[in-house]
Design a protein around this ligand. Structure first.
Ligand code: SAM
Length: 508
């Protein structure tokens, strides 16, 4: 059920026929690849039997055998110990046996689950984490959250990306309201693919995009999040306009009353092709650089860093992005800034080198006997025995590397640099991966994605805060007080925000 397209019955269905001209063009250009993967179905995570490579069916089979070997028929033998059975009535014995069997079945189930989880690894850790993050509602996020300033700021940055880069180059502001542009042609409506859409937190932002959205497709491996996204979309359809009532015009292009069609699917977009999702294929999924059909926008907000676990995943992710985009389409997103991480790592390694130097001097010149030492000295010596690794943060966030980090802050090879990231209220110690920016940019070029925009979050604020549209938007979104008042983001929150950068690539 989690992956089932439950929005099918909703109004204004996306009509693939509307894309007919694009599809016709596409026919001459190898429209569908990966047809062998279609078997898996588009509606959700693969079933256990369908799992791809990393899953080891043998391990599950042995777990199942383990379960079978402890079948109910084996259990009674153990209860026939002389003397003991005699103390229980037949009913009691049967109840004990049933409890015993149940415990064994539970243990076997647990073993089987564990075997599957080990095989599926990081995907599941991330998926389970996001599934477990509670949806506390908009009021809580706006008033009670300890990081409400950060939430507002991050949302404003995402809106800024959408406002700046989602419209076509030849889009005429306000054309969607008139239905035609200056030349009298019907205004093109956007097709948006949101990879790692989570709980659908950006649906409202897309509703306020300067150019009208026709279709929004949201993909995420976290089934609970996808259900919540569907629910959020459903509640937008009930509100009618899809806006939040109080949202005034004033964004580039004015206010929309029409709500786009939306589809949601449970999908791992880094481990497998998304070309088996019908609607993705209908819009256009073409790995060739000549592909003219496809989405106008692929958005990946705060989620791409999970793909940098391995080169294979990063390339699958980029292949999915590039194949989904039409020529001239935009790929927008937010990721942790590898420059920030690199600088912190350099500082840490410098500190560590000094510590080691100090320790080696102390070894040559041994410290005074224990009884002559101060309390702190002893504790320091004990701590020194544990291998120290790079770690930093403040009251709200913490980044921790489990192992060695490069002394020069340059992550080579550019994949698999795992760290854990803790953010108050939002993410608890989730494993993430460094996205070394120069490497990412270079690999993106292999997929015909050309860099257009790359800016740190704090710089985005400086550059856009006085913009005639984005400035007032920041006030409505609670980033700053009304009337160009003071910033409502605390310095600690700004430090967390400065961990990120935003980007836009064009498919060429
Ligand atoms: C920090 S959340 C961001 C959610 C949303 N984009 C937003 O900005 O609110 C990261 C999201 O990445 C998703 N994610 C992790 N691995 C993924 C994968 N292999 N494919 C697609 N999405 C993934 C997670 O499930 C999670 O919803």
């Amino acid at each position: 059920m989690a992956g089932k397209d439950a929005t099918e019955a909703l109004p204004q269905p996306f009509d693939a026929k509307q894309l007919e001209p694009a599809k016709k063009r596409k026919h001459s250009q190898s429209p569908v690849r990966n047809s062998s993967k279609r078997r898996q179905g588009e509606s959700g995570l693969p079933s256990i039997d369908e799992l791809p490579q990393p899953f080891d069916a043998k391990k599950l089979e042995s777990a199942k055998k383990h379960q079978r070997s402890r079948s109910p028929s084996d259990a009674p033998r153990r209860l026939k110990r002389p003397g003991r059975g005699a103390r229980f009535s037949q009913a009691e014995s049967s109840s004990i046996r049933q409890r015993h069997e149940q415990r064994e079945r539970d243990a076997a189930d647990q073993a089987a689950t564990q075997a599957v989880l080990e095989q599926r690894g990081i995907n599941d850790v991330v998926r389970q984490h996001y599934n477990a993050v509670p949806e506390r509602g908009r009021d809580w996020r706006k008033t009670d959250s300890r990081i409400k300033g950060l939430r507002s700021f991050n949302n404003w940055v995402k809106s800024t990306l959408i406002q700046k880069f989602s419209p076509d180059e030849d889009h005429t502001p306000g054309a969607h309201e008139r239905g035609r542009d200056m030349a009298g042609a019907r205004d093109h409506e956007l097709l948006v693919l949101d990879i790692g859409c989570g709980k659908g937190g950006d649906l409202g932002k897309w509703q306020q995009a300067p150019q009208k959205v026709q279709l929004y497709v949201g993909l995420d491996p976290a089934d609970v999040s996808i259900d919540q996204a569907k629910e959020r979309y459903r509640s937008m359809t009930h509100r009618g306009s899809g806006g939040r009532g109080g949202r005034g015009g004033g964004h580039r292009g004015g206010r929309h009353q029409h709500l786009f069609d939306a589809r949601f699917f449970v999908k791992d977009c880094y481990g497998e092709s998304i070309g088996d999702i019908d609607v993705v294929r209908q819009v256009g999924f073409d790995p060739s650089p000549m592909g003219r059909s496809g989405f106008d926008i692929v958005s990946m907000m705060f989620c791409m860093h999970y793909a940098f676990e391995s080169e294979a995943k990063a390339r699958t992710m980029l292949q999915n992005v590039s194949s989904s985009l039409k020529k001239g389409g935009r790929f927008i997103g937010c990721i942790p800034n590898s420059d920030v991480i690199g600088e912190r790592v350099i500082k840490f390694n410098e500190w560590l080198a000094k510590e080691k130097e100090r320790e080696s001097i102390e070894k040559k010149d041994p410290p005074p006997p224990k009884e002559e030492r101060e309390e702190g000295e002893e504790a320091e010596e004990e701590e020194g025995e544990v291998e120290k690794t790079a770690e930093w943060g403040n009251d709200l966030y913490r980044v921790r590397f489990p192992g060695k980090t490069p002394e020069d802050g340059i992550f080579r090879p550019p994949f698999g640099w795992k760290y854990s990231f803790f953010l108050d209220e939002a993410v608890e110690e989730v494993p993430e991966y460094v996205v070394p920016w120069p490497a990412f940019r270079a690999i993106a070029e292999d997929y015909n994605l050309e860099l257009q925009y790359h800016q740190k979050f704090d710089e985005i604020w400086e550059a856009e805060k006085d913009d005639s549209v984005l400035g007032p938007l920041s006030e409505r979104m609670g980033v700053r007080e009304r009337g160009r008042g003071s910033l409502l983001v605390t310095p600690e929150e700004m430090e967390v925000a400065s961990f990120y950068l935003a980007f836009c690539f064009y498919k060429v």
